[in-house]
Design a binder for this molecule. Structure first.
Ligand code: F6R
Ligand code: MG
Ligand code: MG
Length: 363
């Protein structure tokens, strides 16, 4: 059967500060989704990563459905009322517009969706991050779908041997390009190595064009014209039988690579894979976290989640991430710990430069 998996998320208030989630917000979301389960939606789960509320839903309305986006928007608005009552931090921070205009894209919340024909068995991994930006998935997606040193199936499994195509979005110019791999991996790397601008939106299997992965690509700063928090992206990846195995989907995260975000959205730090209970970025508001909820879909119902990064085999990645965090923190306000000037465009930096402008003398 055909149905859509939608993950829509927003930061509607942190507890405390930007570090975590108040249980009241999760309760509101669950209660609202329960009301429409079996009607507007087939199934749902509510999770959080740091201060981000994550609505995972299955339904038959297709991607970009006005009804589904409105459902999520209304839940975020309702949650914000409670968030304001409890004086949670940054209540409603990701709701950038006052009224819903048909689609949450460009309004603040993040969204990743895919419409699929459910296979005989359909394992899907849903990744959720906090304190980083949408381009944070670029490295992992390259490893999963284009690097045979990470995904053995690219070499061994005949159904993956023809490779995958990456849909890359230019967030500055609002353009997209399809790059067919392995033929075009050098071109792909040339652009996705700049994750602040070029973001992998989706991945398709070359042999039959089936969608394999989908991500959220919002950049709040580009929507709002000023810094309004990092975008804390989500991603969904189908696994097994012609897609990377679950273990191949997770393998890239065994290396806590550097991503942009962390304190004030202005620092590079290690991307730390954690279990659900550790999705609480506290040190220097971080380091950036990623959780993974593993599901088996059964006629559109969500069996799960399994807390994929809770496993001991990711302990070393966490400990390495802590070591890298120590090392990076020692740089204080110096690049490359602090983001480059171009990436700080929407922070206080332009203001500082403007203020100092008249005091700069020719040499
Ligand atoms: C990063 C983030 C936090 C805040 C920081 C300052 O994405 O959300 O690191 O930027 O806690 O927050 P304000 O300016 O709200 O005091
Ligand atoms: Mg926040
Ligand atoms: Mg957040």
């Amino acid at each position: 059967m055909k149905f859509t998996l939608s993950v829509i998320k927003a930061d509607i208030g942190g507890y405390p500060g930007h570090s975590g989630m108040h249980p009241a917000l999760m309760e509101i979301a669950s209660k609202e989704l329960e009301k429409v389960k079996g009607k507007l939606i087939m199934d749902y789960r509510v999770l959080h990563c740091g201060d981000d509320l994550e609505l995972i839903m299955t339904h038959t309305k297709g991607v970009d459905s006005k009804e589904i986006h409105k459902l999520a928007w209304d839940i975020f608005v309702k949650g914000t009322e409670t968030s304001k009552k409890l004086k949670l931090y940054g209540a409603g921070q990701d709701l950038l517009k006052d009224t819903f205009s048909g689609n949450v894209r460009g309004m603040g919340p993040g969204v990743a969706e895919m419409e699929i024909e459910e296979r005989k068995s359909e394992p899907v991994m849903v990744f959720m991050a906090d304190k980083t930006e949408p381009g944070a998935w670029n490295y992992a997606l390259y490893k999963m779908f284009a690097d045979p040193f990470s995904t053995a199936g690219l070499v061994i499994d005949p159904s993956m041997h023809t490779g995958f195509t990456f849909e890359v979005h230019d967030l500055f110019e609002h353009k997209k390009v399809l790059l067919k791999c392995p033929d075009e991996i050098y071109d792909l790397l040339a652009i996705i190595g700049q994750p602040a601008r070029y973001v992998v939106k989706a991945v398709y299997r070359n042999s039959d064009n089936e969608i394999a992965a989908s991500t959220s690509t919002q950049r709040l700063s580009l929507i709002a014209g000023k810094y309004v928090g990092k975008d804390d992206p989500v991603m969904m990846v189908r696994a097994q039988s012609g897609f990377p195995a679950v273990g191949e989907v997770l393998e890239p995260f065994s290396f806590p690579y550097l991503v942009a975000g962390w304190m004030r959205g202005s620092h590079h730090g290690p991307f730390m894979p954690v279990g659900f209970a550790q999705a609480t970025p506290t040190r220097f508001d971080g380091p950036p976290r990623v959780i993974c909820a593993g599901f088996q879909l059964a006629d559109g119902m969500l069996e799960g989640p399994t807390d994929m990064f809770k496993d001991v085999s990711f302990d070393r990645a966490r400990s390495k991430a802590n070591e890298i965090a120590d090392y990076m923190r020692r740089h204080g306000p110096f690049e490359p710990h602090r983001l480059s000037a171009a990436e700080m465009e929407y922070t206080t930096l332009p203001g500082v430069l403007e203020k100092l402008g008249p005091r700069f003398k020719k040499i």
